[in-house]
Design a protein around this ligand. Structure first.
Ligand code: SAH
Length: 347
């Protein structure tokens, strides 16, 4: 069965017409889905019951089931655990701030990058999510926000489980549909994709004609250390990756953001900061420093506040912009890299 949430209105209309129905029926379904936020056939009361019965056999109105929802102590962060139609599980996180509501979505079950500090890739890649499964993480969260808090999802980041550039087509399709004005209508400028550095994907993304941002997970100032931290990093050299990011920035006329997860004693020393400054010198860029968030079972530590500050000072003195990501949702293991399936609730 086809998931309607993976279609645009025009695509759904085509299906409807080819099934011998009137095109306006598609618009009626869209009104239920995106204006009234009703995604159950029996409630779509202006559609003939016979038609609803036929379509219910032909189309899915969503395939994700929320099996657990956890609120952080300060109520700023909510973690959702979703069961997919094949029983596999993924998570997403809603992060509230006074001026925005961001959903951090997963693009794959598992992850091929297998970063040493991240929970998502511990068991490697399992499967890609389709566009509908990505969109639904935002759709259901947005419905909930709208109903309970009178708020809307304003931003989407592809920083949950998975490597978006290894699921290129579905991620791009999801971005287009998320920003579709007949759908959730989230501006592409408020959508950010984070990549571990998949050169062909970065190159293709530059030519895609989207307004979404792309950020690179760097984590080390040289290839050797980067490969130690990120097994996937063997596939492309740091030089090729940086060149593709610079080309992306030139093509899309914007600055580059590099993410750098700080791991005590591994990549957080002053010499790493010096080397990083030399590597990025002259780039119009921002380095987003993310102190490591503890993951169960990993023997890694978060650097002290002093060490982070020192690292930051070195970069700033070399003329680089830095930001320091404030960690949210730690108490519910919903912070960066903490998305892992802690329980088997599939059945
Ligand atoms: N595969 C993509 C997107 C997922 S990771 C990528 O690599 O960019 C999104 C961000 O979360 C990355 O920048 C990553 O470094 C960060 N992250 C993952 N695990 C973390 C942890 N335990 N502590 C802090 N940041 C982490």
């Amino acid at each position: 069965m086809e998931n309607i949430l993976s279609l645009s209105l025009d695509e759904f209309k085509e299906r409807v017409v080819s099934l011998g129905e009137k095109g306006f029926r598609a618009a009626q379904v869209w009104q239920w889905l995106y204006e009234r936020r009703v995604n159950r056939w029996p409630e779509m009361s202006n559609l003939p019951a016979s038609l609803r019965a036929v379509w219910a056999e032909r189309f899915l109105l969503g395939s994700l089931e929320c099996v657990r929802k956890q609120e952080s102590f300060d109520q700023e962060t909510t973690k959702y655990l979703w069961k997919l139609s094949d029983g596999k599980l993924v998570e997403s996180v809603l992060i509230r701030a006074p001026d925005r509501c961001t959903v951090c979505v997963s693009s794959q079950v598992g992850c091929p990058a297998r970063c040493a500090f991240c929970a998502s890739g511990k068991n490697g890649w399992i499967r890609n999510l389709d566009a509908g499964e990505i969109i639904e993480q935002v759709y259901h969260t947005d419905n909930w926000l709208k109903e309970h808090e009178n708020k809307r999802v304003s931003h989407v980041v592809f920083m949950g489980m998975g490597e978006p550039m290894e699921n290129y087509e579905n991620v791009v399709k999801a971005i287009r549909l998320l920003s579709d004005e007949q759908g959730l209508h989230i501006s592409q400028r408020r959508i950010t994709v984070s990549t571990v550095g998949v050169v062909p994907g970065i190159r293709r993304f530059s030519e895609e004609g989207l307004k979404a941002s792309l950020v690179l997970s760097l984590h080390a100032p040289n290839q050797r250390l980067r490969q130690k931290i990120i097994p996937y990093a063997r596939r492309y050299t740091l030089d090729e990756i940086l060149e593709s990011m610079r080309d992306f920035a030139a093509q899309t006329k914007r600055d580059i953001t590099y993410e750098y997860t700080l791991l005590q004693g591994i990549n957080d020393q002053p010499e790493h900061a010096d080397e990083l400054s030399r590597l990025l010198k002259g780039d119009p860029c921002t380095v987003n420093l993310i102190p490591y968030n503890p993951v169960d079972g990993l023997k890694l530590n978060r650097p002290s506040g002093e060490a982070i500050e020192k690292f930051r000072e070195i970069l700033e003195a070399a003329g680089l912009n830095t930001t320091w990501r404030y960690t949210k949702g730690k108490d519910i293991a919903a912070a960066c890299g903490q998305l892992a399936l802690q329980e088997a609730v599939a059945n």
